[in-house]
Ligand binder design. Structure first.
Ligand SMILES: [Zn+2]
Length: 66
């Protein structure tokens, strides 16, 4: 990756774990004002479509693109 690329991460709340009762959190990556990745399972199955965490972050931070 280019060293000048600026990536940072937002924590988005995921679904509750039914066994432990704990909430899952996912790190959503933003690179150069673009929401470009999330660490959740949905992204591993469908890497080219934004998951609900990426969409939720976009709703909160409307200056970012997706
Ligand atoms: Zn996600």
């Amino acid at each position: 990756m280019d060293k000048t690329m600026n990536s940072w991460y937002y924590r988005e709340m995921g679904s509750r774990n039914k066994k432990t009762g704990k909430l899952n959190y996912y790190n959503v990556r933003v690179t150069e004002h673009k929401i470009d990745d999330c660490e959740c399972m949905a992204r591993q199955f469908r890497p080219y479509s934004p998951c609900k965490h990426m969409k939720r972050l976009k709703e909160k931070l409307s200056h970012l693109s997706i």
